[in-house]
Write a protein that binds this ligand. Structure first.
Ligand SMILES: Nc1ncnc2c1ncn2[C@@H]1O[C@H](COP(=O)(O)OP(=O)(O)OP(=O)(O)O)[C@@H](O)[C@H]1O
Ligand SMILES: [Mg+2]
Length: 234
């Protein structure tokens, strides 16, 4: 479904992503893990066209998307939950969710999907009319995921959903990531929490200094001595 070939991202003289190649098949949950500064966020931003790549190609459902403007990426069915969440702080929870559906015009189904998001995240239901800017970090992460799902994407891009959250909150969020993936959502998950990412994903790529240095079945990577030493703190 997603094919990234030789993607290269630079900021001035800084080579953030040096020609990385990977793919995500329909229905898969694939993780991209790596240390701070490895180039994970830059990779996602280049796919979502929030930034320009210097080189390489991105194909989605067989179509080249690496030159499209960002709003076309959303219309093609790719939803990004950015690092730091990016909810609209002055809109309520319900308004944020509704905004996520701006590419749709099926009113009744949008309303049903909002209820579905509340079923995933009952906390959001309780805070329906609260301004998003006053939510806790974990609640904002839930809202950001809910808002992304409201576009009914074909591919969900998640940038470090666990960042800065207490373990209980991380657990809740990952329960939903798992549930959504189990319903067939194709997902690319970026995580610094390698253990968690490898536990929920089917396959994973390890990024170091802008390059993919290892990839394979997540269950195998979890047992790989190199991965265990470098990313699982053993
Ligand atoms: N806007 C920018 N301008 C200049 N350099 C940048 C910019 N954004 C990222 N970089 C640099 O690109 C490299 C990769 O950053 P990136 O954010 O992609 O890493 P990451 O793997 O997501 O890291 P983290 O786990 O800390 O989020 C880093 O060296 C970073 O300093
Ligand atoms: Mg990042």
């Amino acid at each position: 479904m997603l094919e990234v070939t030789g993607l290269h991202v630079a900021y001035g003289g800084i080579q953030a992503v040096r020609s990385i190649t990977f793919h995500v098949k329909e229905g898969e949950l694939v993780a991209l893990i790596g240390a701070n500064g490895a180039g994970k966020t830059s990779t996602l931003k280049a796919i979502a066209r929030v930034i320009d790549a210097v080189g390489g190609d991105v194909h989605f459902c067989g179509e080249k998307i690496s030159r499209l403007p960002p709003h076309d990426i959303i219309r093609k069915g790719i939803a990004l939950v950015p690092e730091g969440r990016g909810v609209f702080p002055r809109l309520t929870v319900a308004e944020n969710l509704a905004m996520g559906a701006f590419v749709r015009d099926d009113k009744a189904e949008i309303a049903a999907d909002i209820e579905k998001m509340y079923a995933y995240f009952p906390r959001l239901k309780e805070r329906e009319t609260q301004l998003a800017g006053t939510l806790s970090g974990g609640e904002q992460q839930m809202l950001a995921i809910g808002r992304a799902l409201m576009s009914r994407p074909k591919l969900l891009l998640l940038d470090e959903p666990s960042m800065g959250l207490a373990p209980i909150m991380v657990q809740k969020i990952f329960e939903v990531v798992r549930a959504v993936a189990a319903e067939g959502m194709t997902t690319l998950l970026i995580e610094q929490n390698a253990k968690l990412a490898l536990e929920v994903s089917q396959r994973a790529y390890v990024m170091e200094s802008g390059e993919v240095t290892l990839h394979g079945e997540s269950a195998q990577l979890l047992n790989d001595p190199k991965v265990r030493a470098a990313y699982l703190g053993e």
